[in-house]
Design a protein around this ligand. Structure first.
Ligand code: ADP
Ligand code: MG
Length: 381
C-alpha cells in the first residue's frame, strides 16, 4: 500500500534535483530542506524550506510537510532521525541505516561479521595502531576518516610510519575518527545499485564499472568488462548486504576487484553517482526507483536500454570558465545527454555529467568524452 505522494528531501543538491525530474511524470510532490535557496534542486522545486540539516526544528518541519522523508546526503544526525521515527514519522532510509552509512568502521565490522569479503582493516585510536597494521599487512596502507569523507577527501595513502605519524596527528586535531585498511591493488572498481521497498521487494541493476581519477569517480561504463563470475559475485554479495541491512530506497555498494577477488568498499543508501547512467540507460532510473521505493510503490525493471552506456562526469575546468556557456558545442555530439546540476563553476567542482548510449564500447565512451571536452575545453590523451 502506497503511503502518500509527498516526499521530503533533506538536502537540495544534484541528487534531489534529479529526483525532482523523476517525480514529475508520476505526480509525486517533493518538499526540500535546502541549506541555500540557490541550491541546485531549490532552483527547480516549488516547495523549499531553507535551513540547515543540523537544525532539528527545520528537519521536523520537513517531516510534518511530507508523507516520508529521504536524503540527498548523509549529513543528518541519526539520533535525531530516530527521535522522528519514535514520533511516528516515516524516515527512509531508516535512522539505523543512516547511522551505518555514516560510519565506515561500522560498515567494515558489520559486513565482515556476517562473513562478507572486505579488505583487512583495523580501527585507529592512535598512530601506533596504524604502524602496527602496516608492519603486519605491509605498506603503503590506506587511512580513512570513518565519517564525512567523499570524493576521496578523507582518504590518505600512507607510505610509511613517518607519513602515518604526520597524517594521524593532523586528522586527530581535526577531530576525525579513523580506520586503516590494506592498500588493495585494484584491477577494477565496480558498483552495484540496489533498491528495496518496505515490503521487502528488491531490485538490482547489473554491475557498473566506475573509473576513478584522483580519488573521484570520473566515468561509468555498462556493461562491465570482466569475467562473468566476478560480476555475478558482486551482485550476489550486494543481495546479501541488502537482505542483511534491509534498507528502504536505492542503495549503492562500491566494490574493489583485485586478483580475481571481489571486496566490498563502501555503501551509500541513496541514489549515487554510479547510478547516473540509469536516467537514460535503464528501463527505470535510480531516481524514479528511489521515489517508488520510499513511497512503497512497485519497483521498476532494471534492464539496460542499449548494448553500451557510458557516463562521464563534468568537472569545473581549471581556467574557471563555465561549461553552461558552451552547451551548444556539446549538443552537436550525436546522442549526448547533457545534465547540469545548477551549480556555479569552480575548478574541479562536479557540475554535471553526460550520458551516451551506443553499440560499441570504445565509440560510446569516446562520444561521452568528446561532449565533456566540448564543455570544458580540456583535452586529454
Ligand atoms: N583500501 C583501498 N585500497 C586501494 N584503493 C582504495 C582503498 N580505499 C579507497 N581506495 C581508493 O580511493 C577511492 C575513494 O575511497 P572511498 O573509501 O570510496 O572514499 P569516498 O568516501 O571518498 O568515496 C576508492 O574509490 C579507491 O579508488
Ligand atoms: Mg567511495
Amino acid at each position: 500500500m502506497a503511503i502518500g505522494r509527498t516526499v521530503g528531501v533533506v538536502g537540495a543538491g544534484q541528487l534531489a534535483r534529479m529526483m525532482a525530474q523523476a517525480a514529475i511524470p508520476l505526480d509525486i510532490r517533493l518538499v526540500l530542506l535546502a541549506a541555500d535557496a540557490n541550491d541546485g534542486a531549490a532552483q527547480v522545486v516549488r516547495d523549499v524550506i531553507v535551513g540547515s540539516p543540523d537544525d532539528p526544528i527545520k528537519v521536523r518541519e520537513l517531516a510534518q510537510a511530507s508523507d516520508v522523508i529521504t536524503f540527498d546526503h548523509e549529513l543528518v544526525d541519526p539520533e535525531f532521525l530516530a527521535t522522528l521515527e519514535s514520533e511516528g514519522y516515516t524516515v527512509y532510509p531508516s535512522a539505523t541505516t543512516m547511522a551505518l552509512a555514516q560510519n565506515k568502521r561500522r560498515q567494515r565490522a558489520e559486513l565482515s561479521a556476517i562473513g562478507l569479503p572486505v579488505p583487512a582493516f583495523a580501527d585507529v585510536d592512535s598512530v601506533e595502531d596504524v604502524i602496527a597494521f602496516g608492519d603486519i599487512h605491509g605498506w603503503p596502507v590506506v587511512l580513512k576518516a570513518s565519517r564525512g569523507g567523499y570524493d576521496g577527501r578523507g582518504v590518505w595513502m600512507l607510505d610509511d610510519a613517518g607519513a602515518a605519524t604526520a597524517t594521524v596527528a593532523e586528522a586527530h586535531t581535526a577531530g576525525l575518527t579513523l580506520l586503516v585498511e590494506e592498500r588493495v591493488p585494484l584491477d577494477l572498481e565496480l558498483a552495484v545499485l540496489t533498491a528495496r521497498r518496505p515490503n521487502g521487494d528488491i531490485a538490482i541493476w547489473e554491475p557498473i564499472e566506475t573509473v576513478q581519477r584522483n580519488g573521484m569517480c570520473n566515468e561509468l561504463v555498462v556493461p562491465v568488462q570482466t569475467e562473468s563470475r566476478i560480476a555475478a559475485e558482486a551482485v550476489s554479495i550486494a543481495r546479501r548486504i541488502v537482505e542483511h541491512i534491509e534498507p528502504v530506497g536505492v542503495m549503492a555498494i562500491e566494490f574493489f576487484v583485485s586478483g580475481g577477488r571481489v571486496l566490498i568498499n563502501e555503501l551509500a543508501p541513496r541514489p549515487h553517482n554510479s547510478g547516473h547512467w540509469t536516467i537514460e540507460g535503464s528501463q527505470t532510473s535510480q531516481f524514479e526507483q528511489h521515489l517508488r521505493a520510499v513511497l512503497d510503490l512497485p519497483l521498476g525493471d532494471t534492464a539496460r536500454m542499449a548494448p553500451v552506456i557510458a557516463t562521464e562526469n563534468l568537472l569545473g575546468p581549471a581556467n574557471g570558465t563555465d561549461p553552461t556557456d558552451v552547451l551548444a558545442h556539446a549538443l552537436l555530439i550525436h546522442g549526448a545527454h547533457v545534465h547540469f546540476y545548477g551549480k556555479g563553476a569552480r575548478p574541479g567542482r562536479k557540475l554535471g555529467h553526460v550520458t551516451v548510449l551506443g553499440d560499441d564500447r570504445a565509440e560510446t565512451r569516446q562520444r561521452a568524452s568528446l561532449a565533456i571536452q566540448q564543455l570544458t575545453g580540456e583535452f586529454r590523451s
